[in-house]
Design a binder for this molecule. Structure first.
Ligand SMILES: NC(=O)c1ccc[n+]([C@@H]2O[C@H](COP(=O)([O-])OP(=O)(O)OC[C@H]3O[C@@H](n4cnc5c(N)ncnc54)[C@H](OP(=O)(O)O)[C@@H]3O)[C@@H](O)[C@H]2O)c1
Length: 267
């Protein structure tokens, strides 16, 4: 699949999985446009990778600025792959309203669900045009294993990520009749060792008596995921999952995915 990617806009590339993907894609010779809010980390990444890297400071929840910023990117670069990886995770308790504000909920939904969908609105017509001109066109979303199997400590996050999975399935259906080969890929990571849950990992582990699930090692995740991305044919890849996420995706594909197929829907 990565052979269909030459110029990748990677949103949420300043740390964790996004930075990992940026480094791996760069090693494969891709041109990267890395984006995120933290300018210092964008600059450090750009400096460390050297050539073939551009960077843009971007807050995907700044909905007023987003159309202009996306337009500039699409006009400046020959982007064939838009990879929307940015995400945040909180662990509020709905039994105790003081653990979150309304703004926390809105921020978590906006970052993890609304913004990716708004970005899709802004880039999909461009990707359709590319595909119709015989060029590669991919849109990649990062969901989560928690999209398929929600867990109590992350009620808002799980809801948003389930929305991303649903959106990917629906978007494939919308694109089909256009005849344009725009590949919609959902990356569904399991629990991986990044700073995503840094604010509450120790607290949750303590609540669980030290028995919280252990995250997958970062490089183990990147190796397994890149293997799938490199070997899979772009038009056939749908969900890219590994470890506990793979089990969940297989369950979905084997049951509800089959139900869609029985309705004549290839999504
Ligand atoms: N680690 C896991 O266990 C796991 C499991 C399943 C799914 N995921 C998903 O994987 C993705 C990456 O997470 P991670 O684990 O690598 O965590 P991370 O290290 O915290 O990375 C999150 C990335 O999202 C960016 N981001 C957050 N809010 C943003 C905003 N408003 N605008 C632009 N960029 C924003 C951050 O950049 P700035 O802060 O610089 O803006 C950062 O680059 C997320 O979508 C996450 O939900 C992670």
């Amino acid at each position: 699949m990565t052979s269909s990617m030459s110029t990748v806009l990677l949103i949420g590339a300043t740390s964790g999985l996004g930075e990992g993907f940026a480094r791996r894609f760069h090693t494969l010779g891709k041109h990267l446009i890395v984006a995120g809010r933290r300018q210092d980390r964008l600059s450090a990444l750009q400096q460390s990778l050297g050539s073939r890297v551009d960077a843009r400071q971007l807050d995907i929840t700044d909905f007023a600025a987003l159309p202009g910023k996306v337009d500039e990117l699409l006009k400046t670069f020959d982007i064939d792959t838009v990879f929307i990886n940015a995400g945040i995770m909180k662990s509020p308790s709905f039994a105790d309203a003081s653990t979150q504000s309304n703004e926390d909920i809105i921020d978590e939904i906006n970052t993890n669900l609304t913004a990716p969908i708004v970005l899709a609105r802004l880039v999909v017509p461009y990707l359709i045009e590319r595909a119709k001109a015989g060029k590669h066109a991919n849109i990649v979303f990062t969901s989560s294993g928690l999209a398929y199997l929600p867990m109590g400590p992350y009620p808002v996050y799980c809801s948003a990520k389930a929305g991303i999975h649903a959106f990917c399935v629906a978007l494939r259906q919308q694109l089909k009749p256009t005849g344009a080969q725009v590949n919609v890929i959902e990356i569904a990571p399991p629990y991986v060792d990044t700073t995503l849950d840094a604010d509450f990992r120790d607290r949750l582990n303590a609540i669980m008596g030290g028995k919280a699930p252990k995250p997958m090692l970062f490089n183990e995740y990147m190796d397994a995921t890149m293997r799938q991305l490199e070997s899979g044919e772009a038009s056939k890849l749908k969900e890219v999952a590994t470890g506990s996420s793979q089990v969940r995706v297989n369950e979905w594909r084997g049951s509800l995915g089959k139900l869609l197929e029985s309705m004549g829907i290839d999504a």
